[in-house]
Design a protein around this ligand. Structure first.
Ligand code: PEP
Ligand code: CO
Length: 404
């Protein structure tokens, strides 16, 4: 049986609502009555994922923690409600599966394929408002909150979107289950845990184990902006049995990271916790060694996953955001070198990519950037994503080679 939370003397016990007394970063200003209606409806709706699947994914991630498997997690930065169509879901599922199979062929190591899909509809933002034609508008926070159009009415936080997001997640997952029904081609789903009333209303208690699980995704992660150890996101997820991801940026200290591990993985259970590092090509070799040393010394068997996307975003003078594949590969190289030096297993790769024909990321030359179609961050196209996956597979092969 998986235990996600042990009794901790000084903290009040976890409950599905214990997060409510803590600071909740990145929450939109909902209309209370609308939110109440949405949450009441969500609480009565069926679970999208089941406890048995969650246990299976934890086992697969335990293999990744031990260096017997490697996670390929990929998908849109922000999914669009408009893209919850047969065509878009099919092409996205196929791309993720193809990346995972490509990884296996080159590395010889099994891949665990996880999509940023079926619920990746909410985004943390660096500011609550933005200036449009001299007027401050609430920022776009993902289709589960508001519309992207730069008008006051589109940007209003609309709680009925939480329910719409649930149904789109359900139809997306249903199609993915059909397309990836073969156990060897299993596709797991993941999203950022951000909008706490939504997450709370999709918590379910498993009668067989009496444990709580987040029923709206297999693999929730906590973002770089919400991983406050005293905050509501960490509290809510600390009490569920799902495997958890945490994004970790270059400002984290070893003490802070070890405290997060203690909080989210008190039992030191392989497969429970994945640390998704996103430092940037310039920082990875400087920052990561101390962190790996500290987490290893504390005995947490985490999955180390490289997100080469979020530390390498460039804003061009035109205001458009892009990323250079050369920088992403440089971060990935540094990440492999540091882990090898520390004797830790490389556990996974985290990408933002799309099967659509876009030029949001460039190979090297930022003048080649095309129109930004992404709702949020610039995504790799399929070829660029394959390049990154190949880099990871080669890194795994290098590390797996017996010492002569
Ligand atoms: C993301 O994954 O889209 C994201 C916002 O990442 P981070 O929390 O690492 O900034
Ligand atoms: Co992103």
């Amino acid at each position: 049986m998986i235990h996600s939370r042990t009794a901790e003397a000084r903290r009040t016990p976890w409950t599905p609502d214990s997060w409510r007394s803590l600071v909740a970063h990145q929450q939109p200003a909902w209309d209370p009555a609308e939110l109440e209606r949405a949450v009441a409806e969500l609480r009565s709706l069926p679970a999208l994922v089941q406890p048995g699947e969650i246990s299976n994914l934890r086992r697969a991630l335990a293999d990744a923690a031990h260096g017997r498997a490697f996670v390929v997690q990929a998908g849109d930065c922000a999914e669009s409600f408009e893209d919850a169509t047969t065509e878009h879901i099919t092409s996205r599922g196929r791309l993720i599966a193809r990346l995972a199979r490509g990884f296996e062929q080159i590395s010889g190591r099994p891949a665990v394929a996880i999509g940023r899909i079926a619920g990746q509809y909410a985004k943390p933002r660096s500011a609550p408002t933005e200036l449009v034609d001299g007027r401050a508008l609430p920022v776009f926070r993902g289709h589960m909150v508001n519309g992207a159009a730069p008008t006051a009415s589109a940007r209003r936080a609309d709680a009925s979107r939480l329910v719409q997001g649930y149904y789109r997640s359900a139809t997306t997952l249903n199609l993915l289950r059909t397309l990836h029904a073969h156990p060897a081609g299993q596709l797991w789903v993941s999203r950022e845990c951000l909008l706490l009333p939504y997450d709370r209303s999709t918590l379910r208690n498993d009668p067989a184990s009496e444990q709580w699980f987040l029923s709206s995704t297999h693999f929730p992660w906590i973002g770089e902006r919400t991983r406050d150890i005293g905050g509501a996101h960490v509290e809510l997820l600390s009490g569920v049995v799902n495997p958890l991801g945490v994004k970790v940026g270059p400002a984290v200290t070893p003490e802070e990271l070890v405290a997060l591990c203690a909080r989210l993985d008190p039992e030191r259970a392989p497969g429970r916790l994945t640390l998704i590092t996103r430092f940037g090509a310039n920082a990875v070799r400087r920052v990561l060694p101390e962190l790996v040393a500290a987490v290893s010394a504390a005995g947490h068997p985490v999955v180390w996953m490289c997100d080469p996307m979020h530390g390498n975003t460039i804003r061009l003078p035109s205001g458009i955001k892009t990323r250079r594949v050369a920088d992403l590969l440089a971060e990935l190289d540094g990440w492999f070198d540091v882990l090898a030096g520390a004797g830790a297993h490389p556990g996974g790769l985290h990408l933002e990519c799309t099967p659509d024909d876009v030029r949001e990321c460039v190979d090297e030359d930022t003048s080649e950037v095309g129109e930004q179609q992404s709702l949020c961050d610039p995504r790799l196209d399929a070829d660029q994503a394959s390049t990154l996956v190949r880099g990871a597979a080669q890194g795994v092969r290098r590390g797996a080679r017996p010492v002569p």
